[in-house]
Design a protein around this ligand. Structure first.
Ligand code: FES
Length: 182
């Protein structure tokens, strides 16, 4: 969960990240977990709202939004690095690219948004680019069949693990990535 905004006098705006996004149990997580913790610590907060995926770690590239940059673009310790041209990544296409010495996996969803993960299966770290992607954006690892939701990186086979996400942005038709962790 990310704190997006504290709106005086009594409202907090949150964003669900990672595998919370799109999970059918996320409203329960929010009401029984996050909201309760906030109200216990800050009883003056009376309203808790969430914002959607357009703010997630994804480069939004749909019509007229080519320059939109995720908030993960702000203030990171690592530089943005060029990865490929946007036109080289077809919709629902999966591509592996080496960026400096990092092996990355790129997926462009059916809406045209770009997602990036380390190209390492959460099972044994094998590369994923030869895996099958179904129309719902579920990738099956070609090695032992672990499945991942490419929208979030969530592992559907073992929910405790997930793909390692990288920040993505698209500038003048170039996909750029940035590592947001050490
Ligand atoms: S390495 Fe991917 S399922 Fe085993």
């Amino acid at each position: 969960v990310e704190l997006v905004e504290l709106r005086p006098p009594d409202t907090v705006i949150l964003r669900l990240l990672g595998s919370c996004h799109g999970c059918p149990s996320s409203s329960l997580t929010l009401s029984d977990g996050v909201e309760k913790a906030i109200r216990d610590a800050c009883p003056e907060i009376r309203h808790i709202e969430t914002v959607g995926r357009q703010y997630a770690a994804t480069a939004l590239t749909g019509e007229g939004s080519e320059q939109r940059i995720s908030p993960f673009a702000i203030g990171g310790r690592h530089p943005w690095l060029p990865a490929m041209r946007l036109e080289d990544l077809p919709r629902n296409g999966l591509l592996a690219r080496e960026v400096l010495s990092d092996a990355l996996l790129f997926w462009r969803d059916p809406d045209g948004d770009v997602h990036c993960y380390r190209n390492a299966c959460a099972h044994l770290g094998m590369p994923l680019e030869e895996g099958e992607v179904d129309p719902a954006g579920v990738l099956t690892c070609p090695h032992h069949g672990f499945q991942f939701a490419l929208e979030s990186g969530e592992c559907l086979t073992v929910p405790e693990v997930q793909l390692e996400p990288w920040a993505v942005r698209v500038v003048d038709g170039e996909i750029q990535v940035r590592k947001d962790h050490d």
